[in-house]
Design a protein around this ligand. Structure first.
Ligand code: NAI
Length: 701
């Protein structure tokens, strides 16, 4: 039996005395927090928080004050900096107890927290602040380790906690984080002075100690003991009721994902564009292929962090018969999603309060595919990926809990109270407005070149995910690495592609579907240039222009049409043609004719695409010398020779030749492409935009 759970194996201490020597208490807290957050077995992304009660000098009175440094609202332990901590006077926090009017008023306590701020620290204190503030210990870790949540989400979690830890670690029943839970924790710690921590039912772990180093060591020790206990208990026993559907081969799994993801994306993306993430790790495959997947998935996730990201339940796509079930699954998807949405609406209606925020998007986030893996969809790639990671956490939890006990999700009303918590809603409202291409996926050909690269950068800057493609694999990889540094690794993918290769084009779009769920924007830009009087143009040169420029543009747009039509979300295609496609240019008939073919192909596709909301437009650059690889080679020399000048005089020549007397840069072309690809041009199709600083011969007429 597979034992691939990430809960397996011990967590090694990363504490290095030579690094921590000389650090202040707040620096030690940051060091410890980053170490804890570095291992997802300790805590999930953004989950958990840490604190230290530190003696500081009050900037106003110059007296000593005890200050709580505690991870503030938002942020992630693994990547946070010192500015991620809120700082609050402990005595002022203590004074809040006098203002507390009881459980039904606990949310109002959040409003008092800013009054306890030390040193004008702008970092907002989180809802979890009271959970740290009142514990009578200097250092407190609150983490969400899968192994501990597996205990916390077992039906007899109290007994399990006692069995594993005796009196060392206590147990408190489920309580939504807030002021009341802070008081519960304090009471527990004062009544149980020997306890070193506490399991919170359906939630996670608290541990405390007198120094940062001791607290870190304790947290790891408690987690490692849980991991060891589960390993011993589960051993080689089958988990999740044993396997029912064997995983398909890796390439088949990916093929099914790329088939299904655009269908799902289309059915859930009409209101808000969504990006997908596919995971076929062994932990996922073990769960989705198991006998109990449907039953356990229906119980919902447990830790609040989990279902805030994953929604209360996933959707199980019936793929029991492997690849043979795919067509049926596609056919049934619409009805399945309708059923999910009405179940979600019914859950909202059952649980809502008079002041609950309006129902949010009722579509599932997590899609479980037996034999294939798991797909998650969210408004951007990072959110989709993180939701997937959280569901893997939930799988680990279910694996442990269901093997040693009965797993139970959070009661529905409690889950709702967290999901639609007014404080949670306020957090959502504070989030910045999404960028104009958030949730969109673009594919750019010739992306390692000047105009393609500038275009990818422009689209990435507007929040799109971009699949970079180019025939030059080395230059493509360099471009990918550069963009990854700036925009992060979630939003950029690179697939080497020769646009004249029919099979490679199909593969490239399938990759885009498996990586992101589909595409919304195609920028067909890959190109070459050539110059040759007609009588000396040999057939191979003619054919090369036709292949790359005319046929290449046909192949990528045909595949884009196929994918966009399956998604039924419309789409935008932009062709980068040329001034030479409109205006004849001497000694370049093959290039000019192929570029003219591109322009006319765009017109034809605009006509065919309109009924499907697929817009097709053209941008015509001219004389974009800087950044262009075309202009780095012999084309530049040929053009310079044609005008009887030196190659480095050419840019000035073109500038002077233009009506506006300005040079054209790749970024200028990218701007027009972005416009036509975005909703700003929602009502434009079949259009041509010249970006050539004005050239009478290419005026459209
Ligand atoms: P560039 O040479 O910098 O970029 C073109 C990219 O296309 C290169 O990275 C190249 O490796 C790639 N490519 C070539 N053949 C390919 C194939 N078979 N499959 C996939 N990728 C391939 O050139 P630039 O200036 O960025 O040109 C982009 C587009 O703009 C081209 O279609 C070009 O014809 C057009 N254009 C450029 C003008 C200029 O002055 N730079 C003027 C008018 C049009």
């Amino acid at each position: 039996m597979l034992n691939t759970s990430p809960t397996a194996g011990r967590i090694e201490s990363l504490w290095d005395d030579s690094q921590s020597a000389g650090m202040s208490e707040s620096e030690l807290l940051l060091y410890r927090s980053n170490l804890l957050g570095a291992d997802k077995r300790v805590t999930n992304f953004g989950g958990g928080n840490t604190s230290a009660k530190v003696t500081e000098t009050d900037p106003l009175t110059q007296q000593e004050a005890t200050v709580l440094w505690v991870k503030g609202s938002g942020g992630d332990l693994g990547s946070m900096g010192r500015d991620g901590f809120a700082t609050l006077y402990v005595d002022k926090l203590d004074a809040l107890k006098g203002l507390y009017r009881g459980l039904e008023h606990e949310d109002e306590m959040v409003g008092y927290l800013p009054h306890a701020t030390f040193n004008l620290n702008p970092r907002a204190a989180s809802i979890d602040t009271p959970l740290h503030a009142y514990l009578p210990y200097a250092h407190v870790d609150h983490t969400h380790p899968d192994a501990l949540i597996a205990i916390a989400a077992s039906k007899n979690s109290r007994e399990l906690t006692e069995t594993i830890y005796g009196e060392e670690i206590g147990w408190l029943p489920w309580k939504r984080p807030g002021f009341e839970l802070g008081l519960w924790l304090e009471k527990f710690a004062r009544e149980n002075p020997k306890a070193k921590g506490c399991v919170l039912e359906s939630h996670g772990l608290f541990t405390w100690a007198d120094t940062s180093k001791a607290c870190y060591a304790l947290t790891l020790d408690i987690i490692n003991r849980a991991i060891a206990w589960f390993e011993q208990e589960i051993g080689d026993k089958p988990v999740f009721g044993g396997a029912r559907v064997e995983p398909l081969a890796e390439t088949d799994r990916r093929a099914v994902a790329s088939r299904l993801m655009p269908e799902i994306r289309g059915l859930i993306g009409a209101g808000e564009s969504k990006v997908g993430h596919f995971d076929d790790s062994s932990a996922v495959l073990e769960f989705v292929g198991s006998a109990r997947v449907t039953e356990l998935a229906a119980l919902g996730t447990s830790c609040p962090d989990h279902f805030l990201r994953t929604k209360i339940w996933p959707l199980v796509v019936p793929l029991e018969k492997g690849a043979a079930s795919v067509d049926q699954a596609v056919a049934d998807l619409g009805a399945q999603l309708d059923a999910y949405r009405s179940d979600y609406a019914a859950y909202y209606e059952r649980c809502k309060h008079a002041d609950s925020p309006a129902m949010r998007d009722p579509n599932p986030v997590v899609y479980l595919m037996p034999g294939v893996g798991q797909v998650t969809f969210a408004r951007d790639k990072a959110t989709a990926r993180i939701a997937g990671e959280f569901y893997v956490n939930a799988i680990n939890v279910m694996r442990g809990a269901s093997s040693v006990s009965d797993y139970f999700g959070l009661p529905e009303q409690e889950a709702f109270n967290i999901e639609y918590w007014l404080l949670e809603e306020a957090k959502l409202q504070r989030m910045p407005k999404p960028k104009s291409l958030a949730g969109r996926v673009a594919l750019v050909t010739g992306a390692a070149g000047g105009i393609g690269g500038a275009t990818a950068r422009r689209l990435l800057g507007e929040g799109a995910c971009v699949v970079l493609t180019d025939i030059d694999a080395d230059a493509l990889e360099a471009t990918r690495a550069e963009f990854q540094d700036v925009y992060g690794k979630d939003v950029v993918r690179a697939v080497p592609l020769d646009v004249t290769d029919e099979a490679a084009v199909a593969h490239c779009f399938a990759e885009a579907a498996a990586e992101y769920g589909g595409i919304d924007i195609l920028v067909s830009n890959a190109g070459i240039s050539s110059a040759s009087p007609v009588e000396s143009t040999d057939l191979s040169l003619w054919q090369r222009n036709m292949d790359i420029l005319a046929t290449g543009y046909f192949l990528v747009s045909r595949e884009a049409f196929r994918l966009m039509k399956r998604q039924k979300l419309g789409g935008a295609i932009v062709f980068v043609a040329s001034k030479n496609g409109l205006a004849a240019s001497p000694g370049a008939s093959a290039y000019c004719t192929a570029k003219a073919a591109e322009i006319h192909l765009a017109r034809c596709l605009a006509l065919e695409g309109a009924d499907h909301s697929i817009r097709v437009n053209v941008v015509n650059p001219d004389a974009v010398l800087r950044g262009s690889r075309i202009w780095a080679g012999e084309w530049r020399e040929q053009r310079a020779a044609a005008y009887n000048m030196k190659p480095d005089e050419l840019e000035e020549h073109y500038r002077k030749r233009s009506l506006l007397k300005r040079s054209v840069f790749p970024e200028d072309v990218a701007e027009a492409i972005y416009f036509l690809a975005s909703d700003r041009a929602a009502k434009s199709t079949g259009n041509i935009v010249n970006v050539d600083a004005g050239n009478l011969v290419s005026f459209t007429r």
